[in-house]
Design a protein around this ligand. Structure first.
Ligand code: GRG
Length: 292
């Protein structure tokens, strides 16, 4: 088996474990809540799970037990799913297609979609705080990192600036500001929780945040390229060819060069972990080459 196949098998097996655990975390035993829980399950179903897989791949470099990584990893996917519900709402990006299905608010209504989005944020912290395999210190640090990622210097900040400037010509540094918060912040948190659980040093937490930041930039630039030249049926979400983005600003070819450049920067940080980082190297290439 080639090393690449080896990585893809690992990715698929982690994804399937994550999918199962997310189902279990979101099980509903109150029939009166069926309508909302169906919307929550609908929102969480079907993603690529790259943020949670990233947590596992970083944790693997420390031989961190899988059972300790599971709650923080799933929490990242819950925050991500929450953000996708919000992002698609008519007064945000007003999108109709998500993960190849109608957007949450079109199926369940805007009112229910908003409740589900908030409930997912709350559940994300809860599953970490309730996890018996984590120490109190790990729970505290992980929820702090998680909550910071979607707040006023994370997703919410990135989204705010993105919405305000979406049809304006902006400078590169503004796009970097947006991408760092809207997309890279959650990758950064997903990496940092794994270093916390793995018992890494403060310096390693910083290094993984740097790595994830560059990885997140690559990820967002590929997203921007797909927004322009992707196939809506493959990507599974509304493509917004008119919206200002990195690929529009610099052109498709140059955007691809930037995506590679950020990935190479990221890879240099990984040298610190030597051969232990081999799966993360494949993960980076997988994100760079993705078509959806
Ligand atoms: C307070 C949670 C919260 C959010 C408020 C709405 C919002 C602010 C932020 C939106 C952030 C957002 C949707 C960023 C886009 C990031 C991105 C590239 C998403 C696509 O991720 P994939 O490709 O999607 O991993 P799947 O469907 O595979 O999970």
């Amino acid at each position: 088996m080639s090393q690449n196949e080896d990585f893809l098998n690992l990715y698929l097996s982690l994804k399937s474990e994550i999918d199962k655990k997310l189902d279990a975390y979101l099980f509903n035993n109150e029939s009166i809540l069926d309508g909302m829980v169906k919307s929550i399950q609908y929102a969480v179903g079907g993603g690529k799970r790259v943020r949670a897989v990233f947590t596992f791949l970083v944790g693997q470099m420390y031989n961190a037990p899988k059972e300790k990584l599971m709650a923080p990893a799933c929490a990242m996917e819950m925050v991500h799913a929450s953000s996708l519900i919000m992002d698609d709402l008519p007064y945000m990006d007003n999108a109709e297609l998500r993960r190849g299905k109608p957007a949450n608010h079109l199926v369940f209504g805007r009112d229910v979609a908003l409740c589900s989005s908030v409930a997912l944020l709350s559940r994300a912290s809860e599953i970490i705080l309730e996890d018996a395999s984590l120490s109190d210190a790990e729970k505290l640090e992980c929820t702090k990192v998680l909550n910071r990622s979607f707040g006023a210097d994370g997703l919410a900040a990135g989204q705010f600036v993105d919405l305000k400037l979406k049809h304006k010509q902006v400078e590169m540094k503004v796009l970097e500001f947006i991408n760092e918060r809207k997309t890279a912040a959650l990758f950064s948190a997903a990496g940092e929780v794994a270093v916390i659980v793995g018992g890494g040093s403060d310096n390693e937490k910083k290094m993984i945040r740097d790595y994830a930041n560059n990885l997140g930039f690559t990820f967002q630039i590929i997203d921007d390229i797909l927004d322009i030249k992707g196939d809506e049926k493959v990507v599974g979400k509304d493509l917004d060819k008119d919206k200002m983005n990195f690929a529009k600003l610099v052109g498709l070819d140059e955007a691809q060069n930037y995506a590679k450049m950020y990935m190479q920067k990221a890879e240099r940080t990984l040298e610190h972990w030597g051969t232990k980082s081999k799966h993360l190297n494949f993960f980076g290439k997988y994100l760079l080459e993705r078509a959806k």
